[in-house]
Design a protein around this ligand. Structure first.
Ligand SMILES: [Zn+2]
Length: 187
C-alpha cells in the first residue's frame, strides 16, 4: 500500500463524469486500500477515485472522527461506495462548512439535504440501499459530487464564488501546496 498523490483544483479529471465500475478485481481492492491510506495520511474523511486521477465511480469514507464530540452519533467506520446513486432526499436542507483535499486551505458553507438514501455497492461489491443523516450524509454527497465532476465551490452562491475565485486561481497556479502528496499543476 502507498499513499497516492492527490490532484488539485482545475485538473481536468476533477471535471470529468466518472465511469461505472464493472466488477471488483484484486487490483481494484488494492486501489481501495491505497485510497484509504491516502485519505488518512491527508487527514480527510472522504476521498473519491477521481481525486487521485482515476475516473471511476468509487469513493471511500471514514467520518467517525467527525462524531468524536457526539457520543450518540452513529459510527460507520471504513466505508466503500461503488457506483453510488442517491435514490431519495429528506425534506430538510442544512448549511455546513465544507473543505476538500483537492482544494487545500479553502472552506465554505454549502447547503445540502440533511438526509439521503443511497443505492451502492459496498466493499464486497454487494448491492445495498441505506439512509444516512447529518455528517455522514454530508460527506457522501460531497464525494458523490466528485464522481459527476462537481466541486463544493460550484454549490456556493455566485457572489461568494467570486470571492473564492482568487484563491482557486492561486491553487491552480501552484501557490498553495498541501502538506500531503499531490500532483503539481502545470508542473
Ligand atoms: Zn472533495
Amino acid at each position: 500500500m502507498a499513499p497516492l498523490p492527490i490532484v488539485l483544483y482545475n485538473d481536468p479529471v476533477l471535471r470529468a463524469p466518472a465511469a461505472a465500475v464493472e466488477s471488483l478485481t484484486p487490483e481494484l481492492e488494492s486501489f481501495i486500500a491505497d485510497l484509504f491510506e491516502t485519505m488518512y495520511e491527508a487527514h480527510g474523511v472522504g476521498l473519491a477515485a477521481p481525486q487521485v486521477g482515476r475516473s471511476i465511480r468509487l469513493f471511500v469514507m471514514d467520518a467517525d472522527v467527525m462524531a468524536e464530540d457526539e457520543p450518540d452519533a452513529p459510527r460507520f467506520g471504513k466505508q466503500v461506495f461503488i457506483n453510488p446513486k442517491i435514490t431519495a432526499v429528506g425534506p430538510a436542507a442544512v448549511d455546513f462548512e465544507e473543505g476538500c483535499l483537492s482544494i487545500p486551505d479553502l472552506r465554505e458553507s454549502v447547503r445540502r439535504p440533511d438526509q439521503i438514501t443511497v443505492e451502492y455497492r459496498d466493499a464486497r461489491f454487494e448491492l445495498r440501499t441505506d439512509t444516512f443523516d447529518g455528517w455522514v450524509s454530508r460527506v457522501i454527497q460531497h464525494e458523490l459530487d466528485h464522481l459527476d465532476g462537481v466541486l463544493f465551490v460550484d454549490r456556493v452562491g455566485s457572489f461568494k464564488r467570486r470571492l473564492l475565485q482568487r484563491k482557486l486561481d492561486a491553487i491552480d497556479q501552484g501557490q498553495y501546496v498541501p502538506d500531503y502528496p499531490y500532483v503539481p499543476r502545470h508542473g
